[in-house]
Each structure stands twice: as structure tokens, then as C-alpha cells.
Design a binder for this molecule. Structure first.
Ligand code: NOJ
Length: 690
């Protein structure tokens, strides 16, 4: 390759025209584009967003794609097999729409429940997040598309995300978010890593020698390429020599500046070759050297996975017996709020899918510019009311918008069961200012629940919310952003056609005062200017809670959450007994699980481990789980093998993972706060973990 050809491949551009940036005529309108080398059979890189389905920021002719539930819902399924199916839909549609690099795979931990992108992530636990993202990435690549894991690392807040400097100690980082990345990368063979906007301990993540060269490419042996987030490249020689392989998006740091740096010897020639080789290697590794042939997507295949993900990922948080709603003579149901007669909510930002059928409730005006679509609320056409009517044909189901709480309460009084829908949109770029539902929805729910004891609340949220009304209502179902089959899945769960089986992938706090920080630090902005991206101001955020993220914080502080990590109810009940465990190369636990109720069901049995007290870590950590289907009365012996990293601590002095000697407690049960089985094991001698 000539110098120009090499530079073309490592200098990424927008794939669509945005503001002053004009897209290359060969770009297919995705988020990114980089010039291939046709004479050598290296295709153009056509990159497209894909957290929750293939995105469509530029409204392409073939843009509408399967709108899957949020990855937070996927994480709540605790089902790696489902995660593979989810990735398969994304990979297949990415290829069919003519793209060869998918920008999905966000695995930052939800360190603060107000995080604007919590819906795009996989919860607050590194083992869960890592084990759930790996199959998704593998599946994308099995479709002949390079997958990307992002945002490496610590992109844990949206406020000031371009300049925030996350100050965190090494052990907290290794046993926390970096463990999710390590598992995700090693277990998937993912071809690309996107480094994040923020700084980590004083260096931008995209020019961070410790993260990129030493850890990712050195210790973990990552063979693929590192691309910057869009506008996240801040230098030429420094970024390249610390491990960045590809710039996005404006070509000012690579491009001609890179040619100058190579000629001046600031960037060695071998390093430019290494950058190019990494990109071509990843294309070859997944079979993406041939240009993609554009073909129509298969909406039915996507819909099946969207439905299953919403069914498995919704979490029944509370039920005093009002659910499931059974068919009955002259059954009257009041459904209130959140456009439940037409649509379900989705989250905003670059992960926004343009659902097949378009925006069910388009706003009056769409902000100008090609990225305007990313800024508007998109309602996904799927009506819970219609789906309930289909499942309960004899019932009289009335809908009220919920705009007037008095009117809604009157309707509730006339019904046998009332179902209130409530939700809040989250979006990339801004964190939620607080954990309320907003828009008067808490008052609406309270007014309806006061009027009617049999009130069910269905939530469509991008993360945790507070529930000041929780003691008044009969049941709460968390459906997250449930995607294009959301209405169907919700109706299946409410009527018992499907038994709920999801478990919380993050803690629902009782109050924001219980969080490590009263507020997310930094200055929240409604509108981001190009200047904010290119020349951000540094804001230091000290992550003093260290490894105590989410439930680990609540456990260590002895605080009672509203609903704990791992919690989720079923219409049946499960019995746990006879726990035994062995500690050879790693830990294996065996126990029996019984369906003690009257309907078939699926339990996510969770295993937590408390390390020897001298290690000073969290009181307990999730170390493994099993998702088990049980018929009525069925009893099964369940075995869980624990990944040794889930038990290890990062030994800073030795720079290795270590299983400390001492007493370990293994606990098993249906949530992090409901662990009926316990057993103690001793490890006589400390051990290194490879
Ligand atoms: C910025 C986002 O942080 C990232 O997730 C996305 O892939 C790029 N923009 C491209 O749209």
C-alpha cells in the first residue's frame, strides 16, 4: 500500500453529510466511512450504529430496521443464548443494509443510575455485563460483520462526557468495568474497540498508553483495531504511539497531519503498517473482505427475537396477586397513560433505530440537520392495548391518556383491573437530572391507585426510577424500552401467557440520597456545540466509591434499596436446597431447585461469593448464575461453574489476578438480597489466576 492508501484507511470520516462535513460519494450513509484499497481487494469501511438494532441517523432509503428492546432488558434476561440471537439480528441486518462494521456493543457499567445511556449498557455488574455482551458480539461477527465493543473505558456519565476525567484506582478499575471489557473481548474475539471521549486518570482514553498499549493490546493480546469515538481523537503522534489505530471523525489529527508525522519520524512507519494490518486482519477474520450486497431485511425473523427479548427481559418487581389478569365474565380493564393505545417508548441518541413503520408519534417539528432524528423522541409502533384486547377478547378494555388524573381515576373506579403505563425517555448526551418519572406521572399513579386497589403499573424506563406510590399499587412490571414487539410481550406477561423471568441488572434505589453522589458532577447542557467536542474542558470526577458500584455499594453501606440487584418475581415460586460446593481450579456449586408453584416457570438462580474479609472488597459479588426452566413440581439439580476471575482480586504490586487464601462464603438464591443457601469454603493457599 502507498502512504496515501494507508492513511485513507486509518482516517475515518462521517458516513453521511453532517454540518460542514461532506460525506464521500461512496459512503452508504452510516455513522462512519473509511476508504478501502480496491486494487488490493480491501473494501471501504462502512460503519453503522447498532446497540439495539441497526440505526438510521441519516434516514437512508433502506434505514428502517428491527427495533430490539434495550440491551438493559437483554441483560435482565440473564440469557446468553438470547444475547446471541439478538446479535444475530443486528449482524444480519447490518450486512443486508450494506455495512461491514457494526458499532454496537456498549459495555460501560451503570455506575450511576441516572446515567443517560444506561438503557444501552448491560447493567451494573461486570460479570453479568461481560458474559452477556460476548455472545452478542460473536453473533454479529458470525454474520460477516466486524463488531465493536465500546466505550473503552469509563464512559460512565454523559454530563461533560467530552472532557470529564475519571479518577479511579487501579483495583477498582480492574475488578469493575475493565473486567466487563476483558470478558467481552476475550470471549467474543471482537474485531474493533472504540475508545471513549472521557479521560481516565489524566489522559484521554484515546491516547492512554496504560489502557490501549499496555492493557488492551499487551496484556489482553487484542489483535483488532482501536477507533476513536466520534471527535475523540485529540492528537496525532501521541494518540498513535499510545495505541489508537483509527481517527473519527474530522480527519484533522490523522489525514494530512499523519503524513507529516510519519515523514518527521514522530510516527514510525512500522506503526502505521500495524494500524492498517489490524483493520485488514479484523475484516479477514470475520469474512468481511468482499463488499456487502444490499438486500432487504427479514422483518419476521427480527420480530421473533424482539418479542422473545422483551418477554424474557421484563421484570415483575411487585405482585400482591393482582397479576396475571385472567379472562373473566364481563371483565372491565382500564388502561391509562403513555400512549399505550398506540406505541411504546424508546431511548434517544446514536443508538436510535428507525423502526419498521416509522415513528408512531412524530413531533410537530423535527430539528433541522441530518442528525435531527437522533434528537427527537421516537415511539415504536406496538400497542399494549391492542395486544391486551387480542388476548382477552371478551373483556371491555377502555383507554385514557392520563392527561387529567381525575378523569383517569374515575375510569379506574369503574374497572375490575387498572393498568397504568408510565415511563421516561433517556438519551445519549445528557444524564437524567433525577430518578423521578416526571411529567406528573407519579401524581397520576398515586391518584389512580387511591381510586382503585387493583392497580398495576407498567414501566417503560431506561434505568431505575423512584416509586413513591409503590405501597399503594398491586403490581409493578418493568418493561424497559421494550422494542417493536413491546406491546405483545407486555400483554403476554400481564395475562400470564408468558411467565415473567427477568431479574434486575441494576439496583433500584429507594432514594437518591442513598447513592455515592448526590448529583452527577459537571455542567449538564441541553445543546452540544462542535466546540464542546473538539476542545472540551476537563472536569475531574473522583470515583471514590471505587469498586462499590451498584448493589456492592448498597451492601457495603447497609442501605436497603427499593428493589435489589437480581430481583424479579414469577407467577410460580421456587424452592432452593442442598447446596454443596468444591474449590478445585475454580469453584463449582451444586444445589437443587424446585418449582413449588402451580404454573411452569423459569428461575434465574444466582450465585454470590463473599471473599475473605481481609481483601477489603464488596460484601459479595455475583459470580455466576443458571437460567432454569421448570415444569410444575419439577425438581432439578443445578450446577454453576464460576469463572475464577469472578472470585479473584487484582494484586496491584504483582500486576496479576490472585485468589486470596482464607474463608469464602458461597450464597445461592433468587436475588442479591434473597439468598437462602449458604456454605463456607476455605482456600488454604493463595493462587494466581491466569
Ligand atoms: C458517539 C457515541 O458515543 C458512539 O456510541 C457512537 O457509536 C458514535 N457517536 C457514532 O455515532
Amino acid at each position: 500500500m502507498s502512504l496515501d492508501e494507508k492513511i485513507g484507511l486509518v482516517t475515518g470520516q462521517w458516513g453521511l453529510s453532517v454540518g460542514p462535513f461532506k460525506a464521500d460519494p461512496q459512503a452508504r450513509g452510516g455513522d462512519g466511512f473509511a476508504k478501502g484499497v480496491a486494487r488490493l481487494g480491501v473494501p471501504n469501511l462502512q460503519l453503522i450504529g447498532a446497540g439495539l438494532g441497526v440505526t438510521d441517523l441519516g434516514r437512508r432509503a433502506n434505514g428502517p430496521s428491527t427495533a430490539l428492546p434495550s440491551t438493559l432488558a437483554l441483560a435482565a434476561s440473564f440469557d446468553p443464548g438470547l444475547s446471541y440471537a439478538y446479535g444475530e439480528v443486528i449482524g444480519r441486518e447490518t450486512r443486508q443494509e450494506g455495512f461491514n462494521v457494526s458499532l454496537g456493543g456498549a459495555v460501560n457499567l451503570t455506575r450511576d443510575p441516572r446515567g443517560g445511556r444506561a438503557f444501552e449498557y448491560h447493567g451494573e455488574d461486570p460479570i453479568l455485563a461481560g458474559k452477556m455482551i460476548a455472545p452478542q458480539l460473536r453473533a454479529i461477527q458470525d454474520q460477516g460483520v466486524v463488531a465493536t465493543i465500546k466505550h473503552f473505558a469509563l464512559n460512565d456519565q454523559e454530563t461533560d462526557r467530552f472532557g470529564v476525567n475519571e479518577v479511579i484506582d487501579e483495583r477498582a478499575m480492574r475488578e469493575g468495568e475493565l473486567l466487563a471489557f476483558e470478558i467481552g473481548i476475550k470471549e467474543s474475539g471482537v474485531g474493533a474497540v472504540m475508545c471513549s471521549y472521557n479521560q481516565v486518570n489524566g489522559d484521554y482514553a484515546c491516547e492512554n498508553n496504560k489502557l490501549l498499549n499496555r492493557l488492551l493490546k499487551g496484556e489482553w493480546g487484542f489483535k483488532g483495531w482501536v477507533m476513536s469515538d466520534w471527535g475523540g481523537t485529540h492528537s496525532t503522534a501521541k494518540a498513535i504511539n499510545t495505541g489508537l489505530d483509527q481517527e473519527f471523525f474530522d480527519g484533522t489529527k490523522f489525514g494530512p497531519a499523519l503524513a507529516v508525522a510519519v515523514q518527521a519520524g514522530e510516527v514510525p512507519a512500522w506503526r502505521l503498517d500495524d494500524m492498517v494490518r489490524r483493520i485488514v486482519r479484523s475484516l479477514m477474520a470475520v469474512g468481511a473482505m468482499a463488499d456487502k450486497v444490499v438486500t432487504p431485511i427479514d422483518p419476521a425473523a427480527g420480530a421473533e427475537v424482539a418479542l422473545r427479548s422483551a418477554q424474557e427481559g421484563s421484570v415483575l418487581l411487585k405482585n400482591n396477586g393482582v397479576l396475571p389478569v385472567r379472562p373473566a365474565k364481563r371483565l372491565r380493564i382500564a388502561v391509562i397513560g403513555l400512549n399505550a393505545d398506540r406505541a411504546v417508548m424508546s431511548g434517544g441518541g446514536s443508538s436510535q433505530v428507525n423502526p419498521v413503520g416509522g415513528n408512531a408519534i412524530p413531533p410537530q417539528t423535527i430539528p433541522s440537520g441530518p442528525l435531527g432524528f437522533a434528537g427527537i423522541p421516537v415511539w415504536v409502533s406496538s400497542s399494549p392495548v391492542a395486544a391486551l384486547r387480542a388476548r382477552l377478547p371478551g373483556a371491555d378494555i377502555q383507554f385514557d391518556s392520563g392527561e387529567a388524573p381525575d378523569r383517569a381515576a374515575r375510569l379506574a373506579r369503574s374497572a375490575d383491573v387498572t393498568i397504568v403505563f408510565a415511563g421516561r425517555r433517556r438519551t445519549e448526551g445528557t444524564d437524567a437530572p433525577d430518578l423521578t418519572l416526571g411529567a406528573g406521572q407519579d401524581d397520576l399513579i398515586a391518584a389512580v391507585a387511591d381510586a382503585h386497589r387493583k392497580t398495576v403499573v407498567v414501566l417503560e424506563t431506561g434505568g431505575a426510577v423512584l416509586m413513591p406510590w409503590v405501597s399503594k399499587v398491586g403490581a409493578v412490571l418493568e418493561a424497559w424500552y421494550p422494542g417493536q414487539q413491546g406491546g405483545e410481550a407486555i400483554a403476554d406477561l400481564l395475562t400470564g401467557a408468558v411467565n415473567p423471568s427477568g431479574k434486575l441488572p441494576l439496583t433500584f434505589p429507594a432514594s437518591e440520597a442513598d447513592l455515592p453522589r448526590a448529583k452527577i458532577l459537571g455542567v449538564a447542557k441541553d445543546r452540544i456545540e462542535l466546540e464542546d467536542v473538539l476542545h472540551p474542558k476537563r472536569v475531574d470526577v473522583r470515583l471514590t466509591e471505587g469498586v462499590l458500584v451498584g448493589y456492592k455499594w448498597f451492601d457495603a453501606q447497609g442501605k436497603t434499596p427499593l428493589f435489589p440487584f437480581g430481583h424479579g418475581l414469577s407467577y410460580t415460586s421456587f424452592g432452593y436446597d442442598r447446596l454443596s460446593a468444591t474449590f478445585d481450579d475454580s469453584l463449582t456449586a451444586t444445589f437443587s431447585l424446585t418449582n413449588a408453584g402451580k404454573v411452569p416457570g423459569t428461575e434465574v438462580a444466582q450465585l454470590y461469593v463473599s471473599l475473605p474479609a481481609s481483601t477489603g472488597g464488596p460484601p459479595r459479588r455475583l459470580a455466576g448464575w443458571a437460567r432454569v426452566n421448570l415444569a410444575v413440581g419439577e425438581k432439578r439439580t443445578v450446577q454453576i461453574h464460576v469463572d475464577p476471575k469472578a472470585l479473584a482480586i487484582w494484586d496491584i504490586a504483582a500486576q496479576r489476578w490472585r485468589l486470596p487464601a482464607g474463608d469464602y462464603t458461597v450464597s445461592v438464591g433468587g436475588s442479591s438480597r434473597d439468598l437462602p443457601l449458604k456454605i463456607k469454603l476455605a482456600l488454604a493457599e493463595a493462587r494466581w489466576v491466569p
